[in-house]
Write a protein that binds this ligand. Structure first.
Ligand code: PHE
Length: 500
């Protein structure tokens, strides 16, 4: 574990900004605000923050440490906990690959949003709606936008960790923050409707509306937003040396992540409600959640505010595009790092070859979003999103947490996570063994139960069964790990082959 790791991050700031770049994404700017609005406002925020503390920060520290102690990709890193655990790492490489295939399509839509905001200036609402309809109906243009978006991410990755990821994050993250701050202030100053927007978003603490569903949603949101269970923090952690305080970094990243999510809602809802008031529309007339909120409602909102609104809208979408691209960069890095280390090929080839395949798959996702193609009656976007969020991410996060909690000795964590304060590592180890897995279990069970009780169909039942058996298997392996206590110690790590 050399601290002069010249392939790694050059500074603690660079590492924090790159990881924050991964964490801050569509989940913050669009997922968090509408979930907050729909699940009891401040009540949701409170539970979210609690979950981020109990689950997010521990999970993130553990993942980073798993990567750092191995100085390698997630597959090797898991093998270095126990030689039989490589398959968990493999899931943590494959999941990001699939997320890339749909996240990039949305990234392409944000690029379109930048251009369309300018192009729509002076047009009426009907023409704005038609523009989006024509874009989605086209089989080529959304795919082209996806290519450009993913292509940009690949270019950043080809630059390497320091000259690509770190450099880009140091420019893009402050830029994102400044744009968001500006847009938020503009939206909060719109006057009419702002108060109603804030009421809808956060100025209520409605625990009834939150319910257990909302608690489960808050926990799911913490995973997604903090990029856990996807190999990302393992991979980024592997590019750090001892000089970086992983726990402190995880705290900083989660603070940045939460603040940006809160700010996004302070921009979106005041603007949307201002539009509704002025146009005399009811909440039911406009989409205030999911895809519709971001790509249908917001363009109308900004367009209705004239030339200045159009320009603000363009900046808004630029900000969303930045958030999305730094997230996709982190996903691409996980795949690229694995391919470089496994196949011993150059970074360029390792980035280009898998991403060419991802582009091909993303064309189908893009076609299905435009209504040309569907799978199990979902569009492919919803399908990938569902599978990764409800099954793969929780299982993978749980598996990594349990593997580290039971497979890595408490003492090793105490000595290495924050060497100057061993208590931190000790607490993280206890949390990883008992608290975090239990919470993850709760998310999963609640997710399955609420899903199956709402739609009793084969799909939900199969997904639920797969999820619960994966969890049972994880718990079983955890018990065995603990009993045999075969976790490698730091000296034994070196003996595990690095190549895969
Ligand atoms: N954390 C990202 C977000 O909030 C989600 C994400 C990152 C998803 C990286 C996938 C990969 O949008």
């Amino acid at each position: 574990m050399s601290n002069k790791n010249h392939n790694g991050f050059a500074s603690s700031l660079g590492f924090v900004l790159a990881s924050a770049g991964s964490a801050v994404g569509l989940g913050n700017i669009w997922g968090f605000p509408y979930k907050t609005g729909a699940n009891g406002g401040a009540a949701f925020v409170l539970v979210y923050i609690l979950m981020a503390l109990l689950l997010g920060i521990v999970g993130m520290t553990v993942e980073m440490y798993v990567g750092r102690r191995a100085q390698a990709n997630p597959v090797t890193a898991l093998k270095k906990i126990h030689p039989k655990l490589g398959f968990i790492g493999l899931v943590a490489v494959v999941v990001p690959f699939f997320i890339i295939c749909y996240y990039s399509v949305l990234g392409g839509y944000t690029l379109r949003g930048v251009i369309a905001s300018f192009g729509d200036i002076g047009k009426d609402a009907a023409a704005v709606g038609e523009g989006l309809g024509a874009f989605m109906a086209s089989p080529f243009i959304p795919a082209l936008c996806t290519f450009i978006f993913l292509g940009l991410a690949v270019v950043i990755i080809m630059g390497g960790v320091q000259k690509g990821i770190e450099k880009a994050s140091k420019v893009l993250m402050p830029l994102l923050f400044i744009i968001l701050l500006g847009v938020m202030i503009y939206c909060l100053c719109l006057g009419e409707g702002v108060r109603e927007g804030l009421n809808f978003y956060i100025l209520k603490a409605d625990f009834k509306a939150l319910g257990w569903d909302g608690v489960a949603a808050a926990m799911g949101q913490v995973f997604f937003s903090m990029s856990l269970g996807m190999g990302i923090m393992i991979s980024y952690g592997s590019y750090t040396g001892k000089e970086i305080n992983l726990f402190k970094s995880a705290v900083q990243i989660s603070i940045i992540d939460t603040i940006i999510a809160l700010m996004a809602g302070l921009a979106i809802f005041p603007a949307a409600f201002h539009y509704m008031e002025v146009e005399g529309l009811a909440a039911a007339d406009v989409g205030l959640g999911g895809f519709a909120l971001m790509f249908k409602t917001l363009p109308l909102v900004f367009n209705s505010l004239g030339t200045v609104g159009g320009i603000i809208g363009a900046f808004f979408f630029l900000m969303v595009a930045i958030a999305a691209i730094t997230s996709v960069v982190s996903l691409v890095e996980v795949v690229t790092q694995f391919v470089i280390q496994k196949f011993k090929i150059s970074r360029k080839m390792a980035a280009i070859v898998p991403m060419t395949l991802a582009m091909v798959i993303s064309v189908f996702v893009s076609l299905s979003l435009g209504g040309h193609f569907s799978l199990f009656n979902f569009d492919l976007l919803t399908f990938f999103d569902e599978i990764t969020n409800t099954v793969l991410m929780p299982v993978c996060a749980l598996a990594v947490c349990v593997a580290a909690g039971y497979g890595i000795k408490k003492q090793e964590m105490a000595e290495n996570i924050v060497p100057s304060a061993p208590i931190v590592g000790t607490i993280v180890s206890y949390m990883a063994r008992f608290v975090t897995p239990l919470l993850i279990l709760v998310v999963a069970v609640f997710g399955v139960v609420s899903n199956v009780s709402q739609n009793v169909d084969y799909y939900s039942v199969i997904v639920g069964a797969v999820l619960l058996s994966a969890i049972a298997a994880t718990v079983y392996f955890a018990c065995r790990l603990d009993r045999t206590n075969t976790g490698c110690n730091a000296d034994e790590l070196a003996s595990v082959a690095d190549e895969d």
